[in-house]
Write a protein that binds this ligand. Structure first.
Ligand code: GLA
Length: 505
């Protein structure tokens, strides 16, 4: 009995030692290419293994609100301030061994990173957050006249994230010029986050070692008959923790113009650290860059990325935006794509028009997480939604079936229809949905979608679309006429699939 209780006491003591050895301040770098991208984790483990503390990411501070450690393995839930006086919570996990700690950062593309112990002291409480800037609603920004149809091109993020380089961008441009995409209308080659380096002594933004010469890269891409896009944030840091444009808006716009940049994606991220969480302030922050781009001397498509917060459809065009994201990030999974495409776009159609578009995020077609049937659904739905078509896969090595999906000129013609009216759902029966988009020539693009797990017959009723009588039907994936239909059109649709048709006037 005595030995047993000693044993229990030792076990308890070592559990406590394990817990408390996590106590301290840990720090690490996101990647080795930029020393400024440090994250700091302050952990305080009590004797029972409960965790409190904080996490300082380049783009946000988070408070740890709950957590446990046992035998070096830990999890914690942290909370950060979001817009509209709400908070966002995330769950992290990891393991500590001696002076090193592996932290698993959650997200669509979860990553893990190594932190080293900086101290074993209990972390001091997080610094109080400085007061945030509140700005009045800005006067409207003049239209730049661009994006009369939804922008088309490619963006580096979905496939490459931090691994995008000058070489990759050149090779993608080469591929687009050769594989039929340029001819199909894909024009912009967009570098997303992770190109940035620290500013020089006069505050000019510089690219990091992955992009030795941005002007030369722009010249190269232009030489292929394509255009080059770039990425920044209204906040001090980007989402991946690189340098943002806060308080350097006009200077950055001029730098990009001097490089020959044709497109900017402007991503809110750490702007939440410095700006008050209200609509007027957010509009003012975006309008500031809208004006800066207009004054830069080079026309640039202006893509707002703030995940659809604060009714962006109501004001995105007024701050100079040509497109605005409507949701959080897409993932290369059926659930993510279908949730964004089918569930989260309804009601936004009134905001889309030539010059400014809802952006349900970049394409995942070809990234491998969905079947070709599901990717055809992705492409068809984005076309009906008048969404920007920004491929997000590695175009240097594309399977023929995937290229056929991206280059389907009949689906692209729907997306790029000059009337510029975004389509919407006209009927729903369980997993079976019909979506319709009016076209310039008086016809309709109609998607017969099956979100269910087995094949089914889907019917588009003319009365749901708002037409009557007999109309010629053409299947835009089979590239074949389907005769004339009166009153309705039905087709067998595979699980997670689509039959996309055009109903003539
Ligand atoms: C955010 C955006 C993504 C991408 C990353 C880059 O998550 O929504 O599209 O730009 O930032 O860090």
């Amino acid at each position: 009995m005595r030995y047993l209780s000693i044993g229990i006491a030792i076990a308890a003591l070592s559990a406590v030692a394990g817990a408390q050895s996590l106590t301290g301040v840990w720090s690490g770098r996101y990647s080795s290419d930029d020393e400024a991208r440090v994250i700091v984790l302050g952990l305080d483990a009590d004797a029972a293994g409960h965790l409190t503390g904080y996490l300082r990411l380049p783009q946000a501070d988070e408070r740890i609100v709950d957590g446990r450690v046992s035998g070096g393995v830990f999890w914690f839930m942290s909370e950060r301030d979001a817009n509209n006086n709400t908070t966002q919570q995330r769950i992290y996990g990891g393991e500590a061994q001696g002076e090193k700690l592996r932290l698993i950062i959650p997200g669509n593309r979860a990553q893990s990173m190594e932190l080293k112990r900086v101290s074993s002291d209990r972390p001091a409480p997080m610094m109080p957050v400085p007061p945030k800037v509140s700005l009045p609603a800005p006067p409207p920004v003049a239209s730049n006249g661009l994006a009369q149809t939804p922008p088309m091109g490619w963006n580096s993020w979905n496939k490459f994230q931090g691994k995008v380089t000058d070489k990759v961008v050149r090779e993608i441009a080469d591929a687009m010029a050769k594989n039929g995409m340029k001819d199909a209308g894909y024009l912009y080659v967009n570098i997303d986050d992770t190109w940035e380096s620290a500013r020089d002594a006069t505050g000019n933004i510089r690219s990091n070692s992955k992009f030795p010469d941005m002007k030369a890269l722009a010249d190269y891409v232009h030489g292929k008959g394509l255009k080059l896009g770039i990425y920044s944030s209204p906040g001090p840091k980007t989402c991946a923790g690189y340098e943002g444009s806060y308080q350097h808006e006009a200077q950055d716009a001029k730098t990009w113009a001097a490089w020959g940049i044709d497109y900017l994606k402007y991503d809110w991220c750490s702007a939440a650290r410095v700006y008050a969480p209200d609509q007027a302030t957010m509009q003012a922050a975006y309008a500031k860059m809208g004006e800066a781009l207009l004054a830069s001397g080079l026309p640039m498509v202006y893509s707002l990325c703030q995940y659809g917060m604060l009714d962006v459809g109501e004001w995105g065009a007024k701050v100079g935006g040509n497109l605005w994201r409507t949701t959080g990030d897409i993932g290369d999974r059926w659930d993510s794509m279908q949730n964004i495409g089918f569930n989260l776009q309804m009601g936004r159609e009134k905001y889309a028009a030539p010059g400014h578009w809802n952006d349900p995020d970049m394409l995942e077609i070809g990234n491998g997480g969905m079947s070709e049937t599901e990717y055809r659904t992705h492409m068809s739905l984005w076309a009906i939604l008048a969404a920007p078509l920004l491929a997000g896969n590695d175009l240097r090595d594309v399977a023929p079936g995937i290229l056929e999906i991206l280059n389907n000129k009949e689906a692209i013609a729907v997306d790029q229809d000059k009337l510029g009216k975004q389509g919407t759902r006209v009927s729903k029966q369980g997993d079976l949905e019909v979506w319709a988009r009016p076209l310039e020539d008086g016809g309709y693009a109609v998607g017969l979608f099956n979100r269910g797990a087995s094949a089914a017959q889907v019917t588009a009723q003319w009365s749901d679309i708002g037409i009557a009588g007999a109309h010629a039907v053409r299947d835009l994936w089979a590239h074949a006429g389907r005769g004339t239909a009166s009153g309705s059109y039905s087709a067998e649709v595979p699980a997670h699939g689509v039959v996309l048709v055009k109903i003539a006037k």
